[in-house]
Design a protein around this ligand. Structure first.
Ligand code: ATP
Length: 505
């Protein structure tokens, strides 16, 4: 608004002076120059971009504050010791380590690692994100890369440090394969400049620079950046395993009052696939839930509810109609019964509370961390997916759109069986197998599980009805209560239901 008024006022003055017969050329030239300088400054061509030096501002991070990640920390520390023992390195004629690349899913602690690394080698820490270097104007990104390295050197000298760590998050944005972007000249120039700056790092520099890059997509990086002499070390920062999750939970609950019933090991078991950032959010949500209930200590139930919240989102006020709610209860009970049959004790909670996009859900307790899956395991998961729709059909007499996500998931799992060479097709080449063959095999895999699920549910229709009534009454059934209620179910062994040649191809 102020800008518009200013422009209007200047124009009015110009017109007034013109009518007075004053020569405006010098003034126009002056304002033109001013405009050009402003434009270049805005685009980072003239002005020095203020890269954040966050080592002081954000508090110092040490490796002790990073949970799990034992291997990643070990590898990183080993690389950093190279820098600390500089004299020894020089003596042996070893070239300095110029770059370390941290790869892994979002929220696993890559930024924390870089900050801790800067602290470990007592250096300044300059941070930037790959997207900051991408501009439409050729040359701007390259100029920013030069500026970043210059800022790092200057900051280190100012703070009388002999090392500087430059951290570039989302480095894939800046260092993706060359020649792939529409405005590839600008992208290529920026990456070339980064390569030039990295090549310029030497042991004899007054300030020793270390570039730490982080990415979730290492596969798209330009091979030039990965060649020896640039990012020499690639450190994988993966999702934490159970031990790692316990460690992270302990770190993030250190400043929170916990009730005596809290068992972090159980929470860690329930949170397979959570990143450090998820776990941090979980502890925070649990504390908020305790506050809402006016409790001054966080209880186990708050953590368990926070798990649902982190996975599914906040509870919604949306209230489905009575018959819809009944259908949701039947659907979720179907999932839960089959989950219990294929893996006793696996139901963690069933609820008909709307969260995120779901009207209800059944949460399974993950088994101990698994990295390999057998055919039987995947088939069981397919059965659990199919069970919601099967229960609707059995109890209500028809199915609904509520099962579309389940079916999508089931098809994905069936394809996993096929492409892992575990189906009746044997080992298949994805490229050469027809979509009809895949379709038929997928159908057969799903059909086999559907028959199994129907046979279990039919035998347990009365149990489903009882559970549905309890669920409608309570909105949620916890894992322990579910188990108790299910004592009535005659445990069905999967092998009793092996399907013979009835499968329809
Ligand atoms: P992105 O790839 O999205 O940039 P990242 O891997 O850099 O993510 P961080 O920014 O380091 O993730 O982590 C985000 C937050 O998650 C941290 O501030 C911290 O609270 C928590 N966190 C992540 N990993 C860990 C961990 N290993 N130990 C403790 N806290 C963690």
């Amino acid at each position: 608004m102020i800008k518009e008024i200013g422009i209007g006022a200047i124009l009015a003055v110009f017109i007034f002076l013109l009518f007075q017969g004053i020569n405006l050329m010098p003034l126009i030239f002056f304002f033109g120059m001013l405009g050009a300088v402003y434009y270049l400054t805005q685009n980072g061509i003239i002005a020095r971009k203020n890269y954040k030096n966050i080592s002081k501002r954000d508090g110092i991070i040490t490796f002790n504050e990073i949970g799990g990640q034992k291997t990643a920390k070990k590898e990183l520390l080993e690389a950093l010791d190279f820098i600390i023992n500089e004299e020894k390195i020089k003596g042996l004629g070893i070239r300095p380590l110029k770059g370390i690349l941290l790869i892994g899913p979002p929220g696993t602690g890559k930024t924390l690692m870089a900050k801790a690394a800067a602290n470990y080698i007592d250096s300044v820490f300059i941070t930037a994100s790959g997207s900051e270097f991408i501009e439409m104007y050729a040359g701007v990104g390259a100029q920013r890369v030069r500026q970043l390295f210059k800022t790092a050197r200057e900051e280190a000298l100012k703070k009388e440090k002999s090392n500087a760590v430059i951290f570039i998050d989302e480095i894939d944005v800046l260092a993706g394969r060359r020649g792939q972007h529409q405005s590839h000249l600008e992208y290529d120039q920026t990456l070339n400049q980064l390569l030039v700056e990295m090549d310029g790092i030497s042991v004899d520099d007054q300030v020793r620079l270390l570039l730490i890059g982080a990415t979730n997509r290492p596969e798209i990086l330009d091979p030039a950046i990965m060649r020896p002499g640039r990012f020499d070390r690639v450190v994988k920062v993966d999702l934490p395993d159970k031990e790692g999750r316990i460690h992270i939970l302990k770190l993030h609950t250190k400043n929170k009052p916990l009730d005596s019933d809290v068992d972090l090991e159980i929470i860690a078991k329930e949170t397979f696939g959570f990143s450090g950032a998820h776990l941090e959010s979980l502890t925070n949500e649990a504390a908020i839930l305790a506050l809402r209930e006016n409790k001054n200590k966080i209880q186990q139930k708050h953590f368990l509810e926070a798990v649902d919240k982190v996975i599914m989102g906040e509870k919604l006020d949306r209230k489905p109609k009575k018959d819809e709610l009944y259908r949701v209860a039947v659907h979720e009970t179907g999932h839960a019964i089959i989950s219990e049959v294929v893996r006793p004790g696996s139901v963690s909670a069933i609820t008909i509370t709307s969260r995120g996009n779901a009207l209800g859900y059944m949460r399974q307790t993950p088994e101990d961390d698994m990295y390999l899956y057998t055919k039987k395991y995947i088939e069981n998961q397919i059965a659990v997916c199919m069970a919601g729709a099967c229960a609707e059909q059995l109890i209500i007499g028809d199915k609904s759109t509520g099962s579309s996500n389940d079916f999508e998931q089931a098809v994905k799992l069936a394809k996993k069986i096929i492409f892992s060479g575990l189906s009746s097709l044997g080992v298949v080449d994805k490229e050469n197998v027809s979509s009809k063959t895949i379709h038929n095999e997928t159908k057969a895999i799903l059909k086999k599980q559907e028959i199994f699920v129907n046979s279990v549910l039919e035998k347990n229709a009365s149990v489903i009805n009882k559970l549905v009534n309890i669920l409608l009454d309570q909105e949620k059934i916890g894992g322990a209560q579910f188990k108790k209620l299910l004592k009535e179910i005659q445990r069905t062994k999967i092998k009793d239901y092996e399907i013979e040649e009835r499968i329809i191809y």
